[in-house]
Design a protein around this ligand. Structure first.
Ligand code: AMP
Length: 422
């Protein structure tokens, strides 16, 4: 039978086994964010197109090629969010959060949409965890955010991550650096992609962000001869940078300087950072972020500094799966009813489900079939309810991990399973 419909290109369905891994990762995420004292922001999945066009930068790939832009029935120009920061800051201003406290720590998690060419680790709908620390220009804020960034990966089981860091200066020093970069790259323009030729004119830093092989060839060839942003920043930015680096050292965070790191969106100032995982191939960026001190003002707010990041959950989960990083799911209990015990078991199962993950037969199958189903279910515990034990207030509990089977008082059953699960 030919299927009439398939999921749209670049989107994925998560089936229950996948979803269980996602739910576990999301739970770990919430735990870490709670410990860091971040509050959750849930903003709309679509916003005015203008909001993203303004914040991401007109010449960024996201605005030029990747936005899911549409006009609604009321002739409004809207776009599905391609990232979180713009919407979070819009909400921050709309609800006057800036007037309530000086520093705000905010996070969000959910789907974002970009019209890219789908491939491994690159989808048109994907999920991000996004964090913002708004209201502090201090280097300590950058360090806290980077430390949270690394600790989220650690909570998912990643070890030994190295964060790539760079400074992207301020608009003025970036213009100066852009001019130097243009001069250095112009002689090679003929060998570069059409996109990069255009960027060389409009926004030369974007060339450093290229994925095109011939562009990358030119960049590799020039290597250390390319001018470096760190040499173009002013004294204040340099001092900020030095303190961020010292902070990373104190926090014990492994970092590496990457002079080519510019980030894909135009709003960053000073610190920029990313982590990559080579196992993902061309789409190796696991997450990234940076400081955006001019952005809130650009959106019509009072000048307010901020620093944040976005982590791509899909890629993190791909790496976790490939490496077999463990996802801890709760042990399951399979309850089996002997003849005449079905009605009692319905009540027992309902009761156990207040605390435990429980499976059972709902089709009135024979004892033998239920035992087979329990075996196939991979449940760690099998509870067998038989008439005689039941009359004594007991059931049989089998622990497949230890192979042990014993009679347990019904009221002690949940406690016994919980204790063994630890
Ligand atoms: P960005 O804001 O572009 O740095 O995105 C943050 C993170 O989101 C990246 O580091 C990726 O892990 C992830 N990401 C970006 N684009 C995609 C995509 N098309 N599909 C899956 N993940 C993505």
């Amino acid at each position: 039978m030919a299927l009439k419909h398939q999921a749209p290109r670049g989107t994925r369905d998560l089936l229950p086994d996948d979803s269980a891994r996602w739910a576990w990762a999301e739970q770990q995420t919430r735990l870490v964010l709670e410990r860091y004292g971040y509050g959750e922001m849930r903003t709309p999945m679509f916003e005015d197109f203008e909001l993203f066009a303004r914040t991401s930068g007109e010449s960024s790939d996201v605005v030029q090629k990747e936005m899911y832009r549409f006009t609604d029935l009321g002739e409004r120009e809207l776009a599905l969010r391609p990232e979180f920061t713009a919407g979070v800051l819009r909400a921050f201003l709309e609800h006057g959060l800036g007037g309530r406290a000086r520093v705000h720590r905010l996070w969000s998690m959910g789907s974002v949409f970009r019209y890219g060419r789908p491939q491994k680790g690159r989808y048109r709908q994907f999920s991000q965890v996004n964090c913002e620390l708004i209201g502090s220009a201090a280097p300590g804020a950058d360090v806290e955010v980077i430390s949270l960034f690394v600790d989220l990966y650690e909570a998912w089981g990643f070890r030994g991550l190295t964060v790539k860091v760079n400074t992207v200066g301020q608009p003025a020093s970036r213009r100066e650096y852009g001019a130097k970069l243009r001069d250095a790259l112009a002689p090679y323009a003929a060998r570069m992609s059409e996109d990069s030729k255009r960027r060389l004119e409009q926004n030369p830093l974007r060339v450093l962000d290229t994925k095109d092989e011939s562009d990358l060839g030119v960049l590799r060839e020039l290597g250390t001869k390319l001018p470096r942003m760190l040499d173009s920043v002013d004294a204040e930015d340099r001092a900020h940078w030095d303190q961020v680096i010292a902070g990373l050292e104190s926090a014990g965070i492994a970092y590496e300087l990457d002079h080519g790191l510019v980030r894909g969106l135009d709003y960053y100032t000073r610190t920029a950072f990313e982590v990559h995982d080579p196992s993902l191939g061309a789409q190796s960026a696991l997450g990234g972020g940076g400081r955006y001190d001019g952005l809130i003002e650009q959106l019509g707010g009072n000048p307010t500094p901020g620093v944040g990041f976005a982590i791509g959950m899909d890629r993190a989960l791909l790496v976790m799966e490939e490496r077999g990083l463990s996802v801890e799911l709760p042990d399951t209990v399979y309850v089996v009813a002997r003849d005449g015990m079905r009605a009692n078991v319905v009540a027992l199962v309902r009761d156990l489900r207040k605390m435990l993950r429980v499976e059972c037969d709902v089709e009135g199958r024979s004892f033998k079939n239920q035992m087979e189903a329990a075996g196939k279910s991979k449940a760690r515990f099998v509870v067998i309810a038989g008439e005689e034990e039941w009359a004594r207030g007991e059931v049989a509990l089998k622990d497949s991990k230890t192979g042990e089977q014993k009679a347990v008082k019904r009221e002690a059953l949940a406690g016994e399973v919980t204790a063994r699960s630890r």
